[in-house]
Design a protein. Sequence first.
Length: 583
Amino acid sequence: MKVQEQFEKECEQAVRSALADMGAPADLKLVKEVPDNADLAIPCFTLSKALRMPPVAIAEKIAEKIETPCGLISSLSALNGYLNFTADSEAVVNDVLEEISSRKEDFGKSPKTGIRVNVEHTSTNPTGPVHVGRARNPIIGDTLARCLRMRGHDVTTEYYVNDVGKQVVMMSWGVANVTPEEVQKEIEETEKADDNPKVDHRLVYNYRVATKKIHNNAPMEEEIAQMLRKFEAGDAETIDYVKNVAETMLSGINATLADINVSLDRYTWESTFIKNGAAKDIVEKLKASKYAGQEEDGAWYVDLKDFGIHGKNTKFTFTRSDGTTLYTTRDLAYHEDKFTRSDRVIDVLGEDQKLGSQQLVSALQIMGEEKKPEPLFYAFVSLPEGRMSTRKGVVVYLDDLIDEATDRALKAIKEGNKCKDMSEEEIMRIAKDIGVGAVRYNIVRVGADKQLVFKWEDALSFDGNSGPYLQYVYARSCSILRKAGDFKRDTDGSKLTDEYEIKLAKTLSKFESVLADIDATKRVNMMPAYGHEVAAAFNQFYAQVPVLQAGSNRDARLTLVECTKYVLGNVLWCLGMGAPEAM
């Protein structure tokens, strides 16, 4: 926003001029914040040491030296060590209406930066469907990628497919050695309602039957061990067979992700780094370092105690005793590969991966790698009853959550008599939009580092901080514009002087800065918080100010409604949510 940029510049210049009068050094760093009670705040706490004054006194003295109104600054107050600036309302409203009206759906999108950003997310093992506990990973990763695309970055989303290891080999053995009859019997014993499970669910039963068959069966255990040895020795036939089974499982996982509007640009297979020799190259690099050592059984490790890692975790093992590589070794090769094709590498990881991520970064340093991945850790999701258990002890799958959300949304639509004059197909589409939106919004609205208990009454509420509320307000803006028919866009800010009109316009102006903050911090929960702020400001405006019967101000107010529609539409897109025009 041109006016917002100029307003911030004027605020900074005014503060620096006052500081110069106070004898402060010219290079003092100023911090800018967007508070609830003003358009811009500059805290004075960082100035205290240089000026040898308490922050409250500094703020008050600076405020005395700045005369307002001045330029775009309409008022200034000092409060608890903060300088709170208010912008000229008419100028802001003019700027907001003009820019959003001209850019429409492109409002908030930045020019191309040329920065290549790799966002790796989901990467769940291809040995079972995505479960609720890990649902945050694809939703956070996809939301972040969408926001970074709005910022003009060249974003690639990526799934690292862990097709190496005993679990996936056992599942592959089960596909070849477990009969369809054995699978069906397992389904009947553990599944009552699902007679035709998705392919990823079905493969789990192959794995369970295989586990039972192998237990205490030495010849079968040796078959698995031999298969694993051939795989890790780089046997192409074994690798291709296991990869084929993993691809089948992955097709089911991708169907689940598609249901929540998540798609990925690239899939990288762990086995690639065995086949192309990259993992062996990592081994040689680490062996050559001064931190390398060898256990009595022949396994190799690097000692990380000089990198801030202590206790039993200082030894980072990168080969087994027989010389074969580990997941950690291949992960290093994978990151080296990502660094060649990305300027920023972001890893969305469960909180249980914090140590592993720290060890990875340390090992990359040992190898002389200057780049580092940016980890984004998330806490796991749970349900109110605690342990996520249905299906006789099996964790709740994300598929279950999506189906339940859609069913509940459909029931709410029909009970609320919100489906008059709609076809059954349209009702189902809206129910899916609401259900999926409820899941995505509720999971991303809480800071990634905070524990999340998924509650249906919060997720599916049509009031308050929820996905359906945001979608409902978007649909309301569409409804108003439909009822209005043709109107002439009017961007004259002098016609919108009511406090609720000004508040809504100023809230809309924050969209670009919210995207910038997410780019800098990766805190995607800022987007649903902003969406809720816009929705609440719009509802207050609509409740207090006539729109369709507004006389000479009608076109200006309808222009404000249309601008809100564009901003909310982009917020919903960033959140991966459907934008129903009727609810």
